[in-house]
Design a protein. Structure first.
Ligand code: HEC
Length: 256
């Protein structure tokens, strides 16, 4: 190769300044020869850009539009029900506190995931979740089937101080949830908003939502009392516990 390079280099000769040879194009373009239908987009970069963008988008459009239009594409599972008002409030606390930055709620259909967390998540389980809490970031374990895994008192102690339940845990403490009272004033608008997004709350349910909320909260506070924990049913932690205990319970699957 070296020999070849040297021989080739020796054959050439040095040209100091080469004369420009290409003639300038005439300012006015006069098409010569036969005109085809595609002459319309020739020499018009913007037009060509828009046209090609449209052509490229066609594939996407053909995939997307039917998916949005056909209702059966959203797999509903009849046993999946909307959250109760207390759970809905708890969910918003979950979102507010950024629990999703460490916890996913999506068990993937792999054997090791199913063995660790339980039945893998179905799309139809999240149809009433706005916004969904799937995610892939797991500093902590997946919570898609946390409901019923522990008693309420476990969650109570864990939220107050995670290391009390899981020694060495890096999960932060959430002591303010035990002091702050749940804002019942927002229940109505939250139900309303969810209905706008397609969650089938009965017409006029807003009016009695807070009664249901209080009843469920009192029940949880009562249950905690049995475990020697005294807390007002009005605290935010009660709503969060209600939410956590609901997760993944809509579809009943035998845990082997
Ligand atoms: C900095 C990351 C981080 C944040 C933020 C976080 N967690 Fe955790 N979480 C963890 C880790 C790590 C574990 C595993 C150790 C443990 O149980 O404490 C865990 C465990 C849990 C468990 C027990 C799961 C199981 O199957 O044993 C629950 C329930 C839980 N977290 C709920 C929450 C909730 C609710 C929030 C928001 C209020 C939250 N976490 C915020 C990291 C986090």
């Amino acid at each position: 190769m070296v020999y070849n390079l040297i021989k080739t280099a020796k054959q050439g000769k040095f040209i100091e300044s080469e004369e420009a040879e290409a003639a300038a194009l005439p300012k006015q373009y006069t098409p010569t020869g036969k005109r085809f239908w595609h002459s319309v987009i020739e020499r018009k970069p913007m037009m060509l850009l828009v046209a090609s963008l449209f052509v490229v988008a066609l594939g996407g459009i053909f995939e997307l539009i039917p998916t949005f239009l056909v209702k059966s594409n959203i797999p509903t599972i009849s046993s999946v029900k909307p959250y109760t008002p207390l759970e809905l409030q708890g969910r918003d606390i979950y979102v507010r506190e950024g629990c999703y930055t460490c916890h996913s709620q999506m068990i993937r259909p792999f054997r090791y995931e199913v063995m660790r967390y339980g039945e893998y998540s179905k799309a139809g389980e999240s149809v009433y979740d706005h916004p969904h809490q799937w995610g892939s970031k797991r500093t902590g374990p997946d919570l898609a089937r946390i409901g019923g895994k522990y008693p309420d008192s476990w969650h109570f102690n864990h939220m107050l101080d995670p290391t009390s339940m899981a020694p060495g845990s890096v999960m932060p403490r959430y002591p303010w949830l035990f002091e702050r009272e749940l804002d019942l004033g927002t229940t109505k608008s939250k139900i309303h908003a969810m209905r706008k997004l397609g969650v089938p709350y009965a017409e006029g349910y807003e009016a009695k939502a807070n009664d249901d909320l209080t009843a469920q909260a009192e029940k949880i506070a009562q249950g905690l009392k049995a475990d020697k924990i005294t807390i007002s049913h009005k605290k935010e932690i009660i709503a969060l516990i209600a939410y956590l205990q609901r997760l993944g319970k809509d579809i009943k699957v035998e845990n082997k």
